[in-house]
Ligand binder design. Structure first.
Ligand code: GDP
Ligand code: CA
Length: 338
């Protein structure tokens, strides 16, 4: 079986680790000679940026580090055992952003990536080199090789006399410096009209047996992947059932500030509202099925009526076992569809 996942950083990484574990267990239970399922992960590139002369791909690296087992599980991002000596020097030089710390080990990744980009490799080729270092058990693919860095149009009355003053800043500045507190008016992915899915991405969707949407940010993670011309077409064309997992439980985001993003695009922070935003594939949307938490069981009937078969299961990925069980629920729901 070929499983293709659309994913952002931290929510994506937790889900994909669980999926990899579930696939391993199924392969072991199948006995000797059982071929493991193939997992392709299509990774959001909207958070990417140039900073201090190097190219950062935060969601790609979150997945890379988590799947390699070298991530900082306490902090929830970056490398384990990280130091920040270079960041302290950069601050002295006034280079980079003082509120955006680049760890030393993490900088090693960015330097390697930037060096290969300078040699003429594409982001996909760079991503392939980075993941050769570890036995990940899944294949990570940047959604596009075009730079589509997300910018946020915000209302910022303090920046001028005009109470309606707006300005545009990089997503990472809005998210990390302002903790998503400046009211967002719109998210704009640079170059998105000219972007194409990276090589193999549309094929991974169209050739899959199951397509899963990780419980990632619906606006700036999944939303950016969907905005790349060609991705929605691939989702429409695939013979595979497409099943999504809600990042919202009981009207709240589980971690992070995705509610600020949803509010900005006029979608309620609610599991059923996110499913309706994605829409049923029967009417031009992208979903064949949707998983909500048991706390949102009332969404089942509502969404079935909108043509989105929905199951309520535990959605909190507290540990690897819970993440694996969630992946199993997603695969099992997919098996009943289409
Ligand atoms: P980011 O790129 O690091 O922001 O991560 P993602 O876009 O992949 O995921 C962010 C989303 O993951 C947030 O909206 C969270 O609500 C969601 N999330 C995080 N942990 C969990 C969890 O344990 N269960 C579920 N269902 N969602 C989660
Ligand atoms: Ca992200």
């Amino acid at each position: 079986m070929r499983i293709t996942v659309l994913a952002g950083g931290v929510g994506g990484a937790r889900f994909v680790r669980g999926l990899r574990e579930e696939v391993r267990r199924r392969t072991e239970a199948g006995g000797p000679g059982t071929t493991p399922d193939e997992i392709d992960v299509i990774v959001n590139t909207g958070d990417d940026l140039w900073l201090a002369g190097v190219r950062l791909m935060p969601d790609f690296d979150s997945l890379l580090y988590a799947l390699a087992g070298v991530n900082d599980t306490e902090r929830g991002w970056g490398r384990a055992g990280e130091t920040e000596r270079v960041a302290a020097e950069l601050r002295e030089w006034g280079v980079g952003w003082p509120w955006f710390t680049l760890g030393d080990l993490d900088l090693g990744t960015h330097l390697a990536r930037t060096s290969w980009l300078r040699d003429g490799l594409t982001p996909t080729e760079v991503g392939d080199r980075l993941q050769q270092r570890w036995e990940l058990g899944v294949h990570l693919r940047p959604a596009t090789d075009t730079e589509v860095d997300t910018h946020v149009l915000v209302r910022d009355p303090e920046a001028s006399e005009d109470p309606d003053a707006t300005r545009e800043l990089h997503f990472q500045e809005w998210w990390t410096r302002y903790r998503a507190t400046l009211p967002a008016i719109a998210f704009r992915q640079r170059n998105i009209d000219r972007a194409r899915p990276a090589p193999g991405v549309a094929e991974a969707i169209e050739g899959a047996d199951v397509v899963l949407l990780a419980p990632s940010n619906p606006v700036v993670s999944i939303g950016t992947i969907l905005a790349i011309p060609g991705i929605r077409e691939a989702l429409a064309a695939t013979g595979a059932p497409v099943v999504g997992v809600s990042p919202i439980i009981g009207g709240k985001v589980v971690r992070g500030m995705a509610d600020a993003c949803l509010t900005a695009i006029g979608v309620e922070t609610d599991a059923a509202a996110v499913a309706r935003h994605y829409g049923s594939r029967t009417v031009g949307g992208i979903l064949d099925g949707w998983l909500v938490d048991e706390a949102d069981a009332s969404a089942e009937a509502v969404l079935e009526a909108s043509g989105i078969p929905t199951r309520a299961v535990p959605l909190w990925m507290h540990d690897l076992d819970r993440s694996a069980a969630l992946a199993a629920d997603a695969i099992d729901l997919a098996a009943t569809l289409r």
